[in-house]
Design a protein around this ligand. Structure first.
Ligand code: NAD
Length: 498
């Protein structure tokens, strides 16, 4: 059986803590591999390695650094299919969806090839007599990323690519549920020419994470995962003076105006609500039709579509979605459906008893659809992270707008309408970080930034796009005067531009 240790200093290193965990194959409930859970001492060894390697990497000119990214892209393309299959087997999503996971990561790598441009500073000639001012962006040193199970290629790449392109050394602590793809990514970067020690993967759980948070040599931490852990990591990392950006959970609404194209809307809800079994931070989990007539039309069209969703093993490319990630996740999601029924929501499609023939030990459930969900219910307030869509009926546009605005989370939101005025008003007034207009999953393209608001993100800078280069560099500003400048003797007053 495969044993994942750690990838430190360009080498595979066996775990020494004596602790490990099973990596499951959700489609049939078998154990695929074991993953080592690092001790604080093992994390420290990775940090020392990274710290020793980083100055030479930072001194490598930026164009040479990004050539490694170009070569990495080439290597990934050569084994795209195998990587997607590994991802699908460990995560549970289908192979075509796993390819999308890799692709969205690669798009950020592509944009990071522009790092030499993004890192350029500014220059002002003659800011005073004989005085020039310029700024430069320098890497932070050793930085770390802690990533979730649901995008094991995309999210590590969103962090690794800008961090190393800017001249940092990176330590990745991937999810212990699907570490195979992150380990392979590290091998491929080494093969692409990245010096040993610049990208290290340390597997583990809370002990490894706490070792990152307390290590004085780690200068920045990027986290993606659930909100309680995001809050914990943000507060502990910033308390020790680190730069931190921590992205959390979500409850994404899709507002349906009476004039929306209903077929297009239903397609959008089916894909965004149930794709990847709803295990996406940008999944739509709440549909908000405006007006009774819109709601009735929507529900009538949704029911047969949810009933006919094709659930299948991850290797079945024709399935709409695969199993959930773990047996615990399956129980938790089914528990939320039970709760919704108890709370008085109307369960129109019940996928709780779905069994996948031939894969009885896999973590499957069918799609579920609730109507008449209200804002006081826990199934509305909490993130379910499964193939469950809730319809919350609103009488007016203002009532619909108030739902995402008042919700604890603020990751993504969408409006479906043909009315430009309504769409424009919505985009301006909605209190959410990423907005779609007739687009159900508005994950911004790689050269814009990705980030939610409110309980969905802690920290000031978003992921990818221009913010990534800001997050992984610090700005230094130099004010210089040469002897040919005016000599004005000792100055005891603060210099000004007066
Ligand atoms: P999670 O919070 O359980 O785990 C994320 C990471 O934190 C993992 O690496 C895990 O090992 C570590 N971790 C878990 N418990 C910890 C603890 N007590 N102390 C320290 N570290 C700990 O999240 P998950 O289940 O892997 O991922 C799903 C969650 O991620 C969902 O809430 C989803 O919405 C969210 N997510 C958010 C975004 C975003 O950009 N906002 C993107 C993807 C996923």
């Amino acid at each position: 059986m495969e044993e994942y240790g750690h990838f430190i200093g360009g080498k595979h290193v066996a775990g020494k803590s004596g602790r490990d965990q099973d990596v499951m194959q959700p489609m049939d409930g078998t154990v695929r591999a074991k993953v080592a859970l690092a001790s604080a001492a093992e994390m420290r060894a990775a940090v020392e390695n990274a710290k020793a390697a980083q100055p030479a990497w930072a001194a490598t000119n930026p164009q040479r650094r990004v050539r490694v990214l170009m070569k990495f892209l080439e290597l990934v393309h050569k084994e795209y299919d195998a990587l997607a299959e590994l991802l699908a087997r460990e995560h549970g999503k289908t192979v075509p969806d796993a390819k999308g996971d890799i692709q969205r990561g690669l798009e950020v790598v592509e944009v990071c090839i522009g790092a030499p441009h993004m890192m350029k500073g500014e220059f002002t000639e003659g800011a005073g007599p004989g005085i020039d001012v310029y700024s430069m962006r320098q890497p932070l040193g050793v930085v770390a990323g802690i990533t979730p199970f649901n995008f094991p290629a995309m999210i590590p790449l969103w962090k690794i690519a800008p961090a190393i392109a800017c001249g940092n050394a990176f330590i990745l602590k991937p999810s212990e549920r699907d570490p195979g793809v992150p380990m392979r990514i590290a091998e491929l970067f080494l093969e692409a020419g990245l010096p040993a020690g610049i990208l290290n993967v340390v597997n583990g759980d809370k002990e490894a994470v706490d070792a990152i948070l307390d290590d004085p040599d780690i200068k920045a931490v990027g986290f993606v995962g659930s909100t309680p852990i995001a809050q914990y990591i943000y507060s502990r990392a910033t308390a020790t003076g680190k730069r931190a950006q921590c992205f959390g959970g979500a409850k994404n609404h899709l507002i349906i105006m009476p004039d929306a194209d209903m077929d297009q809307t239903v397609d959008a809800l089916i894909g965004a609500g149930y794709g990847s079994a709803g295990e996406r931070c940008m999944a739509v989990s709440v549909a908000v039709p405006v007006g009774k007539e819109t709601a009735d039309r929507l529900v009538e069209k949704l029911i047969p579509r949810v009933e006919s969703l094709k659930v299948g093993p991850s290797t079945d490319g024709s399935a709409d979605f695969g199993p959930l990630v773990t047996a615990q996740a399956l129980e938790r999601v089914k528990g939320y459906v039970d709760l919704g029924v108890e709370e008085g929501a109307k369960l129109l499609v019940d996928g709780r008893n779905f069994k996948m023939q031939g894969y009885e030990d896999g973590y499957y459930m069918g799609g579920c659809l609730f109507d008449n969900v209200t804002r006081d219910m826990r199934i509305y307030k909490e993130e379910i992270f499964g193939p469950v869509l809730s319809v919350v009926r609103a009488e007016t546009y203002e009532e619909a707008l108030a739902l995402p605005n008042d919700h604890e989370y603020g990751n993504g939101v969408a409006i479906f309408t043909r009315d430009g005025d309504a769409a424009r008003d919505f985009a301006a007034r909605v209190n959410v970080g990423m907005v779609g207009v007739n687009v159900p999953i508005p994950v911004p393209i790689a050269y814009y930034t990705f980030g939610g608001w409110k309980g969905s993100a802690f920290g000031d800078l978003n992921q990818h796009g221009p913010d990534a280069f800001r997050f992984y560099t610090k700005t230094k500003t130099v004010t210089s005067r040469w002897p040919s400048g005016v000599k004005d003797g000792a100055e005891f007053v603060i210099p000004t531009m007066k």
